[in-house]
Structures are given as C-alpha cells and as structure tokens.
Design a binder for this molecule. Structure first.
Ligand code: GLU
Length: 423
C-alpha cells in the first residue's frame, strides 16, 4: 500500500473516502502496491475554462473537469455535475465510484465523471445552455460513444444532455445520440431512464430487507434529498407499501410519524419547488432526519452526510445509499460495528447507469425497447448484482460495501491483468 494511493489518516473528503474504500478492497484481494496505485489513480483528466457571456453582456469564467478514472473494461461512463462545490478531487472521487459501480453491475464500461463549478440556480436557461455547449466543445476530444459517455447528475438533467449531444453532433456533422444518456425521449432517450436510479434503490432495498424476512410494506423510511433520485424513490417506497415518515431537500424537511401523504407531498413540491412548507407534516432539519427512529434511511443527496459524528446517532437498521459517497470510511466502520446494514452506493444507486447502458445499446442499435423490457431487465440486473454481493459478503464475512468493492475492484484488476501493460 502506498501512501499516495491510500492515506493512513482518514480524510472525510469524498476522495479520501473513495481511496479508503479502495485500500480496504485491495487489502482483501491481496494486490501489490503498484496495482493499487494504478487502481487509485485517474487514467486521464482534463480541466477547461468556460467563459460565459451572461444575459446582461458581462463575461464570467467557470472551470470544468472531466475525469476518466478507468477505461480498462470499456468507455468511460458517468454523469456531469453542476454545483458550486465541484472541485477536481470531488470529480476524481465520483469517477472512481463509477468505475466500481459499472463493474459491480457488469456493464462494459470504465468510470468517468464531469463537473462544472457553478450554482445552476443562479443562471438562466440560456446561460446554462451556453455553459454546457462550451464545456462540451472543450472536452470534445475526450468524449464519444466509444470513448466516454455523459449522463445527468446533480444540477444537470435531460435538457443538459440534449445540449451535450447536439453540440457534439453538430461539430461532427451528423447525429450521434450515444454520446450522452439520460436524454429526452424525443432525441434518443430511453423509457425508464428518468426513474431508473430510484427504481434500483427500491429493488436493492427490497432485496436487503427480504434477507432478514422483512417486507417493504412493514418498514418506516426516511429519505434525505428530494432531487431526481430522492423524489422518485419516495414515490416508489410509498407505492410498495412502505411508510415514508420524513423527507428533506437542501432547504429543509418535513416529517409525520404516521407517514407522509406522498402524492400530496409531490404535488406540493411540483407547485413550490421544495418539500418545505408541506402542510401534511412538521418541519425537520437534515441532520435530525438522519437520526430518526426509522427502519430504512435513504441518503439521496450529497457526499459525506454520514460521518463520524452523525453515524453514531443513526437508528435505522438499514441504510440504502441512493447518493454517491454519503458515508465516510469512519462512519462506515461505526455503522458496521453497530450492526446497521449499509447497501452501498455502487450497488444501490447503479440503476441509473444500468438504464444509461440500455439507452446506449438502443442508440447503437437504433432499435428501441418497450418500457416493460427495460423495467424487467433493470430489475433482473439489480437483483443479480445484489445476490452476488450478498453471497460474497456471506462467504468472506464482509459488509455489503466491502463485498461490492471486492467484486468491482477485482473485475477491473482482472481487465488490467488480462490486457497486460503496454509497452
Ligand atoms: N450520475 C449517475 C450516477 O452517479 C448516472 C451515471 C450514468 O448514467 O452514467 O450513477
């Protein structure tokens, strides 16, 4: 183990967490320092300046990144994040998670991630279009259906992906839908993609509960984060009969110990843009939500919310990670010691990239599947991956995270070993 690849002192930063998780997996797998360092280090990175002419005529400069953490099993794959907090290490961490995630669900992809340090809420749609088009054209040489495929993440959506696809295609002179996934249906998107991450979260939650003989209809759930993933997950949990007792977003949260009226909550969010102020519950803050007396806690927002401080007060028996990297390495150890089952991000939230893969396959074939085909294949793949991880956890006496990491890292290392080192 080399110090640059795995710092001995835990850093609660997303990259520190991702490296600590990798170091554990490398330890279980018995890999040497050289391979460890290869697995810990991004293959390619690009940093670009994005000058934006604002609607009022002034110019503002942003920085954008694309990191291809690993491309040994196939093209890079991963989302594009727009947030004020985006920095190169966060993008590196998220790209690394994509590598293991794609390997765990057996997609023929490596892992990548993009980001622009911008708070999208402060810019008009026209400004965001210009930022997206300039970012895309700056990273053009690195991306493409066989190189690296973009998708939505925090702060980006279907429209962003349509601009990415259009900018790439116009520059090449013909339409190339497979350069981005999570696109609108009208331009080669896939049925089921919008809700795929959330569906996957509920499929894996159901599987984790089932192994303890518990049904979704018996559990109380709290969901932190009400964006693209948390809102649909809340709906699917409620539709499966679970009692959703609390939800929150970046502005605050609401709770009702008898269960929230989820359709009414969704209508409130559609009308106001936030869960805050929903009349069918009492206010609750984001940190208190993590410590609620529930069965299932679903962090569906950002990295690092479960840390050495908050992990000790979690009362849920299951944590299902809809967000990427919500649990620091220290918190992970605390939760494991306390017997709390964590369904890790690289498994629980892989439904999004699974249907991204289906979208890419459909675009490559120029043949579109039915919603039923997509939903069935998604469920099948998520349950297969869950079963393989749970089996490895049982066999080796590991947590679900350590087992998922072991499987993902081993698949990537195998690709390196079989391909050999060039030159
Ligand atoms: N941004 C999503 C994730 O973190 C989806 C990535 C993709 O579909 O490529 O998994």
């Amino acid at each position: 183990m080399t110090e640059s690849a795995a710092p001995l002192v835990e850093s609660p930063s997303p990259l520190g967490t991702a490296r600590a998780q990798l170091a554990k997996a490398v330890d279980v797998l018995g890999y040497d320092g050289g391979l460890h360092e290869m697995l810990a280090t991004p293959r390619r990175e690009i940093t670009v300046s994005i000058p934006l002419r604002r609607d009022d005529g002034t110019i503002e400069l942003f920085t954008g990144y694309r990191v291809q953490h690993n491309i040994s099993r196939g093209p890079g794959k991963g989302g594009l994040r727009y947030a004020a907090s985006v920095d190169p290490d966060e993008v590196r961490a998220l790209a690394m998670l994509m590598t293991w995630k794609c390997a765990v669900v057996e997609l023929p992809y490596g892992g990548a991630k993009g980001g622009v340090t911008i708070d999208p809420r402060r810019y008009s749609k026209a400004e965001l279009e210009r930022v997206t088009r300039r970012y895309t054209s700056e990273i053009m040489p690195m991306i493409g259906p066989e190189r690296d495929i973009m998708a939505p993440d925090i702060g980006t959506d279907e429209q962003t992906m349509a601009w990415v696809m259009d900018t790439f295609s116009v520059n090449r002179g013909y339409t190339i839908p497979a350069v981005a996934t999570g696109k609108p249906l009208a331009v080669g998107g896939s049925l089921g993609r919008l809700t795929a991450t959330s569906r996957g979260v509920v499929h894996t939650a159901r599987a984790a509960l089932a192994s303890a003989g518990v049904a979704l209809s018996e559990v109380r759930v709290a969901v932190q984060g009400f964006g693209k993933v948390g809102s649909h997950a809340t709906r699917f949990f409620a539709e499966a009969g679970a009692t959703v007792v609390a939800v929150s977003d970046q502005y605050g949260g609401v709770q009702a110990s008898d269960g929230l009226d989820v359709p009414a909550l969704l209508a409130h969010v559609a009308a106001t843009g936030s869960v805050v102020g929903f009349a069918g519950g009492d206010p609750i803050d984001n940190t208190t939500l993590l410590a609620l007396d529930v069965d299932v806690l679903v962090p569906a927002a950002v990295e690092g919310v479960l840390d050495a401080e908050t992990a000790g007060s979690v009362k849920a028996a299951w944590v299902v990670e809809a967000a990427n990297g919500p649990t620091t390495a220290r918190a992970d150890a605390i939760l494991a010691d306390r017997g709390i089952v964590v369904v890790p991000d690289i498994l629980a939230n892989a439904g999004g990239v699974v249907v991204s893969y289906f979208e890419w396959v459909q675009a490559n074939q120029a043949y579109w599947w039915t919603e039923r085909e997509i939903e069935e294949r998604l469920e099948h793949r998520m349950l297969e991956a869950y079963a393989a991880v749970a089996e490895a956890a049982r066999t080796h006496g590991l947590t679900l995270r350590d087992a998922a990491m072991m499987i993902g890292v081993r698949r990537v290392a195998e690709a390196h070993q079989i391909r050999g080192l060039y030159p």
